[in-house]
Design a protein around this ligand. Structure first.
Ligand SMILES: [Zn+2]
Length: 199
C-alpha cells in the first residue's frame, strides 16, 4: 500500500469534500516517480490496474456514499503491486477518515447520546464503539502513556492534521484508525459498511 499525504493542515480546516480530497491526492500521483514500499526502488512504479470501492462521507449533515476508483501500481524491480490509497480514506473501511472523526468528535464533546449519533450516521452501535476503541488505542500509541493521559480525546482530535497522519503511518506502518487486516468478518463485501475488503 502506498499512501500519499498532500494535505498537512488541520483536518477541520480542509474546505473541500472527502471525495475531492481523494481525487486531488490520486491525481497528484499520476506519475511514475513513486517509491516501492517493498524494495524501495525509485521511479519504478507503473500503472497496473484499478478497482472500485465505496467512500462514505458527510454531505449537508447526512452520510452519502460514492463509488471511487483506487489505482494499483506495479514495481518494475520486484514485481509487487501496490494500491495507492489517498489519505482521505481509511484502509479496509468504506467510511472516510473525516466521517469517522466527526462521529467521534460529536461523542467526545457530549453533543448527543451514542444511540442518536449512530442513527444519524447510519451505523451500528458496535461500529461506533469499534471506531472509538481504535481511536483511543491509536491516540495512546502516538502520544505515549503520560501524554495520552493528559490529552483529552476532543482536544487531540481537534488538533489532528495531515502531518500527524503521515508521521503516524511512517512510524508504525499503520494508518490512523486502520484495523489490522484479517479482522474483517467479510473481506469481499462491497456495501457501504466498515467491512469492505478493498484497501
Ligand atoms: Zn519493488
Amino acid at each position: 500500500m502506498i499512501r500519499p499525504f498532500t494535505a498537512f493542515c488541520k483536518l477541520n480546516q480542509i474546505t473541500f469534500s472527502d471525495r475531492q480530497w481523494l481525487e486531488r491526492e490520486a491525481a497528484s500521483l499520476n506519475r511514475t516517480d513513486g517509491i516501492c514500499p517493498v524494495c524501495h526502488t525509485h521511479a519504478g512504479l507503473s500503472p497496473f490496474a484499478s478497482y472500485p470501492r465505496y467512500l462514505v462521507e458527510w454531505k449537508d449533515g447526512a452520510p452519502v456514499c460514492h463509488q471511487v476508483t483506487v489505482r494499483r501500481f506495479r514495481c518494475s524491480s520486484c514485481g509487487h503491486t501496490h494500491a495507492l490509497l489517498p489519505s482521505a480514506l481509511v484502509p479496509y473501511s468504506s467510511y472516510s477518515l473525516r466521517f469517522i472523526l466527526l462521529v467521534l468528535r460529536k461523542h467526545f464533546l457530549g453533543r448527543a447520546c451514542v444511540q442518536s449519533i449512530c442513527e444519524h450516521a447510519e451505523i451500528s452501535v458496535s461500529t461506533f464503539y469499534r471506531w472509538k476503541t481504535l481511536f483511543l488505542r491509536h491516540k495512546a500509541l502516538w502520544l505515549g502513556v503520560l501524554a495520552d493521559m493528559a490529552a483529552s480525546p476532543a482536544t487531540f482530535l481537534s488538533d489532528m492534521d495531515g502531518c500527524l497522519l503521515q508521521a503516524f503511518f511512517q512510524k508504525f506502518h499503520l494508518s490512523f484508525l486502520q484495523r489490522l487486516r484479517g479482522t474483517s468478518p467479510n473481506p469481499l463485501r462491497k456495501a457501504p459498511k466498515d467491512t469492505g475488503g478493498f484497501t
